[in-house]
Design a protein around this ligand. Structure first.
Ligand code: HEM
Length: 226
C-alpha cells in the first residue's frame, strides 16, 4: 500500500513531468520555426495537406497524426539537441565496470541525455540539426535517443506528448504566422533549458495562461547557449 507521501510524490511527478517537458519542447519548436524558413515551409506543407482533407472544425484522428512524420522528426531532433530532462538518476543494483571505472552496488549514478545525444558515434555531426536522422529507414540504436529515458522507468507520457505536440503544431502553423521580437536571446540550463531574458513570457506559455502569437516567444535567431 502507498503511503500518503508516496501518493503526493506520484501526483506531483505526473503534473511536473507532464507539464514542463512538453512546454519546453513546444517553446523550442516555435523558436525553431520562426528561425528556420525551410523547416517551417516543410512543416506547413505536411500540415496543410492534412488540413485540406478535413472539413472545417473536424478533429484530428490517429491516421492524421501518423501522417505527421516530418513534423515529429523535427520534434525528435529538437528533443535530441535540447532534451527537456537533462539528466536523471539510477541506483546500481550490482557492482559494474564501465570505461575503466568501478561503480559499486548501491551508488546513485546520473545519466545525461545531452551527452548521449552528442555522441558522434551514434549521431554523426551531432551539433547539426537534421530531422532526417529519425526517418524510419535510419533506425536509431536502442537507448541512444533518451529524451524520454529508457528501460522500465521510461516516460509513460511519451505517446501523449507526441499527440499534444503534433496537435499544437498542426493548429499553430495552419492558423498563424509569427516572428520573434528579440534578436539576441540565448538560453542556459538550470538544469532544464531556460530563456533568461524572457522568463515571464515563457512562463505564460508554460502555464497556459496566454498564447500570444508573435509575442509568445521573445527569442532571437542565435541558438547560442550561455
Ligand atoms: C516532451 C515531453 C516529455 C519528455 C521529454 C519527457 C521525459 C521524461 C523522462 C526523461 C523521464 C525519466 C525516464 C527515465 O528515468 O528513464 C520521464 C518520466 C516521467 N514522465 Fe515524462 N516526458 C514528457 C512528457 C510527459 C507527459 C506528457 C507525461 C504525463 C502526462 C509524463 C509523465 C511522466 C512520469 C509520470 C514519469 C515518471 C515515470 C517513472 O518514474 O516511472 N511525461 N519523462
Amino acid at each position: 500500500m502507498l503511503s500518503d507521501e508516496e501518493i503526493v510524490d506520484n501526483a506531483i511527478i505526473v503534473m511536473k513531468g507532464g507539464h514542463d517537458t512538453s512546454t519546453i519542447l513546444l517553446t523550442f519548436l516555435i523558436r525553431l520555426l520562426a528561425n528556420d524558413p525551410s523547416v517551417h515551409a516543410a512543416i506547413v506543407h505536411e500540415q496543410e495537406e492534412i488540413a485540406k482533407s478535413k472539413a472545417y472544425g473536424e478533429l484530428l484522428t490517429w491516421d492524421d497524426l501518423a501522417k505527421m512524420k516530418y513534423t515529429w522528426g523535427v520534434a525528435m531532433e529538437t528533443l535530441r539537441l535540447t532534451p527537456p530532462v537533462f539528466c536523471n538518476f539510477r541506483t546500481t543494483v550490482k557492482d559494474f565496470e564501465y570505461g575503466g571505472f568501478l561503480f559499486p552496488k548501491g551508488w546513485q549514478v546520473v545519466w545525461a541525455a545531452f551527452k548521449t545525444h552528442m555522441d558522434e558515434t551514434i549521431f554523426p555531426d551531432p551539433s547539426k540539426f537534421d530531422p532526417t536522422r529519425f526517418k524510419e529507414q535510419n533506425p536509431v540504436p536502442p537507448h541512444s535517443f533518451v529524451a524520454f529515458g529508457g528501460g522500465p522507468r521510461i516516460c509513460p507520457g511519451y505517446e501523449f506528448a507526441r499527440i499534444e505536440t503534433l496537435a499544437v503544431i498542426h493548429h499553430l502553423v495552419t492558423s498563424f504566422t509569427w516572428k520573434l521580437s528579440s534578436k539576441h536571446n540565448p538560453f542556459s540550463r538550470d538544469p532544464m533549458p531556460v530563456f533568461k531574458q524572457v522568463q515571464a513570457t515563457v512562463n505564460k506559455v508554460l502555464f497556459g495562461l496566454h498564447f500570444v502569437v508573435g509575442q509568445a516567444l521573445n527569442v532571437g535567431p542565435d541558438p547560442g547557449m550561455s
